[in-house]
Design a protein around this ligand. Structure first.
Ligand code: IDP
Ligand code: MG
Length: 156
């Protein structure tokens, strides 16, 4: 099982899209194992987006992400990182395919609703930035036997 960091960005929160976006992850069968509303500090935004420092959009990105609350989630499943990235769609709302979160809910190239970790290394780093020990929970879902095929002994 993989766990990834998802952030519903300030535009998703302000536009009242949290429930609909969370539902997409639940509908897919991914498990929400951590979830909280928070305001991102300048320091946390800088650390989270350190690979983008110096890029032309960086200052605006940090202003956007720190300007209003976000909802952060830890989302778990087999291949959760790649599955989440494909559910999110391309970076720019104007280019993202229909059927994806960015494609269905937005048109902007900077207010693009959602962040998802892009690799196992990034997921581990980012989950550590946003969740303290004990805030990501291991728990069994009642429906787990119907989300994955366990007939071979391990989930498929
Ligand atoms: P990703 O979120 O799809 O992984 P990245 O290239 O890692 O995209 O960029 C991080 C975030 O920076 C994007 O989600 C978006 O909010 C913002 N961003 C990226 N490129 C641009 C740009 O050209 N203009 C404005 N904002 C951008
Ligand atoms: Mg990225």
């Amino acid at each position: 099982m993989e766990t990834t960091l998802i952030i519903l960005k300030p535009d998703a929160v302000q536009r009242g899209l949290m429930g609909r976006i969370i539902s997409r992850f639940e509908d897919k069968g991914l498990q929400v194992v951590g979830c909280k509303l928070m305001k991102i500090s300048q320091e946390l935004a800088a650390e989270h987006y350190k690979d983008h420092a110096g890029k032309p959009f960086y200052d605006g990105l940090v202003r956007f992400m720190t300007g209003a609350p976000v909802l952060v989630m830890a989302v778990r499943g087999i291949g959760a990182i790649a599955i989440s990235r494909s559910m999110m769609g391309a970076t720019f709302g104007s280019k993202a395919a229909g059927g994806t979160i960015r494609g269905d809910f937005g048109v902007s190239n900077s207010f693009n609703l959602i962040h998802g970790s892009d690799s196992p290394e990034a997921a581990q780093r980012e989950l550590g930035l946003f969740f303290k020990d004990g805030e990501v929970l291991d728990y069994e879902r009642a429906m787990s036997q119907w989300v994955y095929d366990y007939s071979s002994g391990s989930p498929e």
